[in-house]
Design a protein around this ligand. Structure first.
Ligand SMILES: [Zn+2]
Ligand SMILES: [Zn+2]
Length: 279
């Protein structure tokens, strides 16, 4: 199996972002040899905003594709790759009490339409809101979301009345004139939310790892985990459990795929999760 790292020296990667995300993507991509280009005056907000003024069409990958293609046309440059990313936030499906963050990064090679995708999901987010009712605990909310290092937006019904609130004075004056239906929300744009930028950095690292991993079948970049297979055997009786037995790695260029051991090298499941030992 070929594990030699791909080298992108001399290739140009255009980063299609306007919320400072090149701070997250440039270091790992530069590490692979890329020359980084960014766009001036490229408005990614027209592809959808977190605050909902522009509704996002399709799923996260569709949105990233639209951004990447528009950036490519907008730049008018000859670039080898275009990098775009998307985030989504909301209550976790597994633990609805917790907010979850999902991030997706796309590396698109226009010359042959090859797409390399990395995703990340975690609970590392301050995504939250507070309705400014008379009994609202503003101080506790501000402490919890990390204000003012993390910015706020203000909404009155469907209308966003202020964004990027990053200091107590502005917040106080906004609140003084607010009506009873006002809600404060975390501003999730990466350059105004250090917690999110941290997640985007981890996402950028995994995109770089994937880019630098060539397919054992065709040597194109982007080989990596695309799925999992359940059925890890029980430690006591050997029955297949719901635990992940192996990872499935595949190549988007040629379709080659192979099974690989779990990243943690675990070969057996805890009997507590076995349908026979612990029905
Ligand atoms: Zn068992
Ligand atoms: Zn391949």
């Amino acid at each position: 199996m070929s594990e030699a790292k791909a080298d992108f020296t001399g290739q140009v990667a255009l980063i299609a972002t306007m919320h400072g995300k090149q701070a997250a993507f440039a270091p790992p991509l530069t590490g692979l040899g890329f020359t980084i280009h960014t766009l001036e005056g490229f408005d990614t907000d027209r592809f959808g905003t977190f605050s909902g003024e522009v509704e996002r069409k399709g799923d996260m990958l569709d949105a990233a594709r639209a951004k990447a293609r528009a950036a490519f046309v907008h730049s008018g440059e000859t670039v080898d790759w275009v990098i775009a990313s998307e985030g989504a936030f909301g209550p976790s499906r597994v633990v609805p009490m917790l907010a979850e963050t999902k991030e997706l990064a796309l590396a698109w090679r226009p010359v042959d339409d090859l797409e390399i995708v990395a995703t990340r999901a975690s609970f590392e987010t301050n995504f939250a809101h507070l309705d400014l009712t008379p009994d609202a605990d503003l101080d506790r909310f501000l402490e919890r979301i990390g204000f003012p290092e993390h910015a706020l937006i203000m909404r009155d019904g469907d209308r966003v009345t202020a964004k990027a609130i990053m200091d107590h004075r502005t917040l106080a004056s906004r609140i003084t004139t607010a009506t009873a239906s006002v809600r404060l929300e975390t501003d999730m744009r990466a350059h105004l939310n250090p917690t999110r930028m941290g997640e985007v950095s981890k996402l950028a690292d995994s995109l770089a790892v994937r880019l630098s991993t060539p397919c054992p079948g065709c040597t194109q970049p982007g080989f990596g985990r695309t799925g999992v297979e359940a059925g890890l055997p029980c430690e006591a009786c050997g029955t297949a459990t719901e635990w992940v037995a192996q990872e499935v790695w595949s190549c988007r260029a040629c379709g080659y795929c192979e099974s690989r051991p779990r990243a943690d090298r675990r070969t057996h499941a805890d009997p507590g999760n076995c349908p026979i030992c612990n029905p």
